[in-house]
Design a binder for this molecule. Structure first.
Ligand code: AMP
Ligand code: MG
Length: 653
């Protein structure tokens, strides 16, 4: 069990407190400092690698240039190698006639004759400048003047069009410093100096193990109550992104003997071991007990004042770091990036990651628990005055929020909030984040993907952030998005959406979604009835369980109207999405609920239509001329998306 609660603490006792679940809770800063003190300083093993294998490695030692580049004085143009003094008097009116030497210096040809006064030698770009010459005259600035002679009508300054030996890289100069990450530029610099192998830090081998009886590897079928192993894949790839060589060893059941055998074997063959799950002190959680037997000094921190991520366990066993990340994928990700990546990079000889941090403004106040360092997932969008970081956390269990999030920000343990307008540092999950061309913030609908498909094909990136209709309107008013999709019913006017628009927003009609009763095909209580009769039948059967929707959802208004005063079993089950309603019915946790037709059909469920809801877009007028907005409007009106919407069960306006 990974319960993730902690007692709020006053800022004074920041070090550690006693608590029954974890003996000692360390602050993030304390835990990191102790972990690093147990690991560093340490020798970083290095190896010689061929240039072609060194991409992405960290250079282990300084490299000194063994030769000059270029290795000789070289011509930069096609022309003639001359003595500049010969041309001192050359003008348009008084051309100077120069005799040509009997050789042509092509690239790769060493000169054999000196350039004596009154002579010149024909030379190609890249050719070595011959003895005696001190400048090059471009061929365009000369004219043939009889056999083996040219005429020149302008003076040449000494050194003109000559690259001197060592002007690019000088022999003996520090070419690259230890710790440099090797990219194509660095490889090119070594190649120019003739270096074929370079000393690089050996990439640490990092064994990755997932733990949990419930885990199934992607590609295998899920059994009831099983989930896919997410952490294994994420952690292994994040290790590779940060200078390590991950060796993923699969998921191991919560069995002390099996797990201990796997951990011992993994540790023997690697420089670091990263597990996830099983770190709380629940009955099935055994990995931390095993660590205590693996080597000295053992556990450094078990329980860190993080939210989420409190169960994090940091250990060092005979010099090798052993980490147990919390089981929830988002918690695993935060703690890995924030506290493990710096250690991994140091072991890999790499500097702290600079490409994975950006500064962005937080548009809304974020409340935070005092006493714990809090991680908040954010999506980045381009605002009028720079980057905006939209908090998009959905709780520590949600992998789905990764899909929308670009990274996370951190709120200090001593702060009880991050005020709106804060310029926060955001740690990116991967550095190649691209700020979207079109930003849609509001209510989510599967139909949206059908309309944005042509934009994606045209190379425009679209970000849609699901915050509900009202949240979308607020974002639109602050100018943080292009469109806010909304489906809000106004009871006073009995109409949709228009009454909710504010100044600066205009309505773009979207499509209609049929809402109705969802049930399992073949359930005689519903089959063939209309909505009112179906609800009456459900209410008449005490064993019939419903699934409701959250307060504030458009669908909830319809349900309340249907139910009147009735509060049937299941009323208090109030999920926040159409899909959750369909899943509850499909999995027999409920017998009926209200959802939209496309969702019911996609889940293979029966459906009784009830009422159509209007899903429209509040467009921020000031952003109307943006190319991506125009592209979206075109896509919305196109025959292609209208047909796709209809096929999916929507009715375009
Ligand atoms: P635990 O710390 O093992 O109690 O796990 C806490 C939560 O994270 C449980 O809901 C687990 O099912 C989930 N979890 C643990 N490991 C993984 C994993 N590798 N992939 C996805 N979810 C996981
Ligand atoms: Mg577990």
């Amino acid at each position: 069990m990974a319960s993730d609660m902690t007692n709020a603490r006053s800022p004074k006792d920041r070090g550690s407190v006693d608590q029954d679940q974890f003996l000692t809770i360390l602050s993030r800063e304390d835990a990191s400092a102790r972990f690093e003190a147990a690991l560093f300083p340490r020798a970083i093993p290095s190896e010689q690698r061929l240039l072609s294998d060194a991409l992405g490695c960290a250079l282990a030692e300084d490299i000194v240039a063994p030769i000059d580049v270029p290795p000789f004085d070289r011509s930069n143009v096609d022309g003639f190698a001359v003595r500049s003094a010969d041309l001192a008097s050359a003008t348009e009116a008084t051309p100077v006639r120069i005799m040509l030497n009997d050789e042509v210096i092509a690239c790769g040809t060493a000169p054999t004759r000196p350039v004596l006064s009154g002579t010149a030698t024909s030379i190609a770009t890249g050719g070595p400048v011959p003895r005696g010459a001190d400048a090059i005259v471009m061929v365009e600035h000369t004219q043939p003047a009889g056999p083996r002679a040219i005429e020149i009508r302008r003076a040449a300054s000494p050194g003109q069009f000559v690259s001197y030996a060592g002007s690019d890289i000088a022999r003996g100069e520090a070419l690259l410093r230890a710790g440099t990450m090797i990219g194509s530029r660095e490889i090119g610099m070594c190649a120019a100096c003739g270096i074929a192998r370079i000393p690089v830090a050996r990439r640490p081998r990092v064994a990755v193990i997932s733990t949990g009886d419930e885990l199934v590897q992607p590609g295998q079928p899920l059994w009831p109550a099983a989930i896919y192993d997410t952490n294994g894949a994420i952690v292994a790839s994040a290790v590779n992104e940060n200078g390590g060589d991950a060796v993923f060893l699969g998921a191991i059941a919560d069995d002390e003997e099996q797990l201990e055998a796997a951990m011992r074997k993994a540790l023997q063959a690697s420089d670091m071991l990263v597990l996830s799950g099983g770190t709380s002190k629940g009955a099935g959680d055994v990995s931390h007990r095993i660590i205590a037997r693996l080597g000295k000094p053992g556990i450094i921190a078990h329980g860190v004042a993080l939210k989420p991520g409190k169960p994090l366990c940091l250990a060092v066993c005979d010099g090798k770091p052993v980490v147990i990340l919390p089981g929830f994928p988002t918690s695993a990700m935060f703690t890995f990036h924030d506290m493990i990546v710096p250690v991994l990079r140091r072991m890999a000889g790499l500097p702290p990651r600079s490409d994975a941090k950006v500064t962005a403004k937080v548009p809304v106040r974020i409340a935070s628990e005092l006493g714990r360092t809090e991680f908040v997932m954010v999506s980045l969008v381009e605002g009028d005055q720079g980057l905006i970081a939209y908090p998009s956390g959905k709780g520590s269990g949600a992998i789905t929020s990764f899909a929308q999030a670009d990274g996370f920000l951190r709120i200090d343990a001593l702060a009880d909030q991050m005020p709106a307008g804060t310029e926060a540092e955001v740690t990116l999950f991967t550095p190649h984040v691209r700020v979207p061309d079109l930003v849609i913030v509001g209510s989510h609908c599967t139909g949206l993907d059908l309309v944005t498909a042509p934009l994606a094909r045209a190379g425009l990136s679209v970000r849609s952030i699901a915050v509900g209709s009202l949240g979308g309107l607020a974002a639109a008013r602050r100018g943080e998005c292009d469109f806010a999709p909304i489906h809000l019913f106004d009871e006073a006017t009995e109409s949709y959406n228009t009454p909710f628009l504010m100044a600066g927003l205009e309505l773009v009609q979207g499509w209609r979604r049929m809402q109705g009763i969802v049930f399992r095909v073949g359930d005689a209580r519903f089959e063939g009835l209309n909505a009112q009769d179906a609800v009456a039948a459900a209410l008449a059967d005490a064993s019939c369980i419903m699934v409701n929707r959250n307060q504030g959802a458009g669908t909830r208004i319809l349900i309340d109207r249907l139910l009147g005063e009735a509060r049937p079993d299941g009323y208090w089950n109030q999920p926040r999405s159409h899909n959750a309603v369909a899943a509850a019915v499909a999995q027999h946790r409920a017998d009926w609920g209200l959802t939209i037709a496309p969702v019911a059909h996609a889940a293979g469920l029966g459906f009784i239509p009830l009422a159509e809801e209007h899903y429209d877009f509040a467009l921020v007028t000031a952003r109307k001329q943006r190319p991506a907005v125009q592209a979206f409007l075109e896509a919305l009106a196109s025959e292609e998306s209208r047909a796709a919407l209809e096929r999916a069960g929507f009715r375009p306006a």
